[in-house]
Design a protein around this ligand. Structure first.
Ligand code: APR
Length: 317
């Protein structure tokens, strides 16, 4: 891994999630350079100029380059991929399959050619299917290609728990597994407030309501915003994963990983707890699962498989 003074992070897509991720990388001085690439002419250049001018106030030394030229991304250490369309009200993440599938294929080509040793974190939806497609197009080992969703879904659950218990969100640990969609699997058994089990603090019917709100967490924001989808928490979550890899922090974070027999699944991406370090996915952690959660994992993976089949039917895989 390069020293911080030489690190290069490329954020693909200069929309809401991408520009926020670029800002987070800069504010955390995570790298020497952030390259922000988009197909829209002027947009990444404008955001980059704005972020470079903010450096004088915020005091970061990271330089941001806005571009439309894939060659500027070459030799990146890590890619955070946010390119594609977000959901409109009433749309499911799967509705985005074809349009965002084509974007993944285009992006994979220049990552593979120009940065063959890079790590890749996909944020674009439908997440689990897009990261599957990205890895298939890249041909990289699974440990270097992962999807951001579990950190976000767990953060949403954490916020609801903090609100319900009146506690400080920094004391809350939540864990959400499975695909990034309505079939995700919030693991209440592994949710605590400073070590205290959730069940000791909140009645069952309230926990069930929070689980349901977490599952629909993205949709709730889409309905409120009317145009576009969530971006602050998704960007923060993607950058936390990048930081864990680049700084070899070895954080245990739920993220979409390629399963190789873990949890009983083979060759498919879904959200599981993983330790992220300098080699990418260092280890997938297999939690003892209550029967109900096992059934939910079957369902969630089944939904990802359906989307993968649909990608094949579209000729994209
Ligand atoms: N290469 C680079 N950028 C692209 C490409 C491409 N091939 N195709 C589209 N884009 C850009 C668009 O021009 C736009 O600027 O991706 C950006 C997407 O930005 P937004 O529309 O603001 O979407 P955003 O809210 O950032 O969400 C991006 O993240 O959370 C997910 O569901 C969300 O899939 C969506 C993604």
């Amino acid at each position: 891994m390069s020293a911080i003074s030489q690190r290069k992070i490329t954020v693909v897509g200069a929309g809401f999630v991408g520009m926020t991720a670029a800002q987070r990388c800069a504010q955390q001085n995570l790298c020497a350079e952030v390259v922000l690439i988009d197909i829209l002419e002027g947009r990444p250049q404008g955001i980059a100029l704005d972020l470079n001018q903010a450096a004088a106030v915020d005091g970061y030394t990271t330089r941001v380059t806005g571009t439309n030229d894939p060659a500027d991304t070459y030799d990146s250490d890590i890619f955070i991929v946010t390119a594609g369309l977000p959901r409109k009200p009433g749309m499911s993440r799967s509705d985005l399959l074809e349009v965002n599938g084509k974007v993944m294929s285009a992006v994979a080509e220049y990552i593979r050619n120009g940065s063959p040793d890079a790590f890749v974190i996909v944020i674009t939806n439908p997440l689990d299917t897009m990261v599957h497609l990205m890895r298939a197009k890249l041909g990289f080992p699974g440990r270097r290609v992962m999807g951001m969703a579990g950190v976000l879904d767990s953060a949403r659950f954490s916020w609801f728990i903090a609100e319900a218990t009146g506690s400080n969100v920094k004391d809350v640990d939540a864990m959400v597994l499975g695909a990034h969609g309505d079939s995700m699997v919030p693991m209440e058994k592994y949710c605590t407030v400073n070590g205290v089990e959730l069940g000791a603090l909140v009645p069952k019917d309230k926990i069930d309501a929070m689980v349901e709100r977490t599952r629909k967490g993205g949709g709730e924001i889409v309905s409120l915003l009317k145009t576009g989808s969530a971006f602050y928490a998704p960007a923060s979550a993607g950058v936390a994963m990048a930081a864990s890899i680049l700084n070899d922090e070895r954080r245990l974070l739920p993220c979409a990983c390629l399963l190789n027999g873990e949890y009983g699944f083979e060759g498919v991406y879904t959200g599981v707890p993983a330790i992220l370090g300098k080699n990418g996915v260092e280890q997938i952690v297999e939690l003892p699962m209550p029967t109900e959660a096992r059934i939910q994992m079957q369902k969630t993976v089944g939904e990802v498989q359906l989307d993968i089949d649909a990608l094949r039917d579209l000729g994209l895989l």
